[in-house]
Design a protein around this ligand. Structure first.
Ligand code: FRU
Length: 317
């Protein structure tokens, strides 16, 4: 007897979140964007991509909030969006577990939610948009292994020694970039001699790399989970006059950041991590117009090396 009532309610909630009838306030759709921080160029780019895609759509009004890399602040900013009764919410969460309840709360209030780049737990949102970080990590790992196997010392039967500077490990891209990379290392003559969580931050990566250099006279390669961390590691090696002995690779591949580092020869490779900003606005418009959208959109990515950066990189295999 209870079951049908429950599923009717669930259906009502679902259709409310899938197809709002009209804007809740005035004649424009209010779209809230909860950004976890604007400290890295990549996040500034994400907001810029969202703004640019929305320019052609005067029927939506964007409201941005920046949580300044503070999980509690992001939680309360999402609650503010719920209380303000936004028509749709885009969230790029700092961490998975602590941002799951406010995202679920928005969704259960009938606000469609697009989760962008980093994931939350469970399924209480309308759509997730992001690239496949495991695949990116795997491609970075395969690339690193090929490069390391070509070193004379490794060809002669030695083992390669590398450093991994991870992103924030309570966020899903950090977990997936690690898992993909480690899968590629299976059975290879490569040892990770130092590993640290840089929380995605360049100064942290620089400090961790100083420690790595201090205790490891031989480092062949640094795999950083983002380009700011790769750059921080490079700067640490440079001030120890060891940058020429080490191969640096990173992730993000922004034209104004990672691609420049590759052109300048600081990084040997950068793997693109598209922001998904444009796709989020396209999906938001569909949802607001009552169209169905898939639960997950997986974005493709390219990689840039010294040989390919000038011609726009190559798509991941
Ligand atoms: C920016 C950033 C990017 C990274 C992404 C992962 O905050 O650290 O450099 O690719 O977040 O979510």
């Amino acid at each position: 007897m209870h079951k049908p009532i429950l599923s009717l309610l669930a259906l009502a909630a679902l259709s409310a979140s899938a197809a709002p009838a009209s804007p809740r306030h005035g004649d424009k759709w209010i779209v809230g964007m909860s950004q976890c921080n604007l400290g890295e160029p990549w996040r500034v780019q994400m907001n810029a991509d969202i703004r640019k895609a929305a320019e052609a759509h005067p029927e939506i009004e964007l409201v941005f909030k920046d949580a300044q890399n503070d999980t509690l602040r992001q939680r309360s900013q999402i609650e503010e969006f719920i209380n303000a009764g936004v028509d749709l919410l885009i969230v790029s969460p700092k961490e998975a577990a602590p941002l799951t309840p406010p995202v679920a709360a928005a969704f259960s209030h009938g606000i469609p939610v697009i989760v962008l780049d980093r994931k939350v737990l469970g399924n209480d949102f309308t759509q997730f948009i992001g690239a496949d970080n495991r695949r990116i990590g795997r491609a970075a790992g395969d690339w690193a292994v090929r490069r390391l196997l070509a070193l004379p010392r490794v060809k002669d039967g030695g083992r390669a020694r590398m450093v991994e500077l991870t992103g924030l490990m309570t966020s899903t891209p950090g977990q997936d970039r690690l898992a993909g990379f480690h899968a590629a290392l299976q059975g290879q003559p490569v040892d990770i001699v130092f590993s640290a969580d840089t929380q995605w931050l360049e100064p942290q990566a620089r400090a961790e790399m100083e420690s790595a250099l201090a205790v490891n006279p031989q480092i062949d390669l640094v795999y950083a989970h983002n380009d700011p961390a790769a750059h921080g590691a490079y700067l640490a090696a440079k001030s120890a006059s060891r940058e020429k002995d080490i191969i640096f690779i990173g992730i993000d591949g922004l034209p104004q950041e990672g691609q420049v580092y590759v052109r300048q020869g600081l990084l040997e490779a950068s793997f693109e991590y598209p922001t998904g900003g444009r796709e989020a606005v396209e999906s938001a418009l569909k949802i607001l117009n009552g169209d169905a959208v898939p639960r997950q959109v997986t974005l493709n990515s390219r990689f840039f090396t010294r040989d390919t950066v000038a011609s726009g990189g190559k798509w991941l295999p």
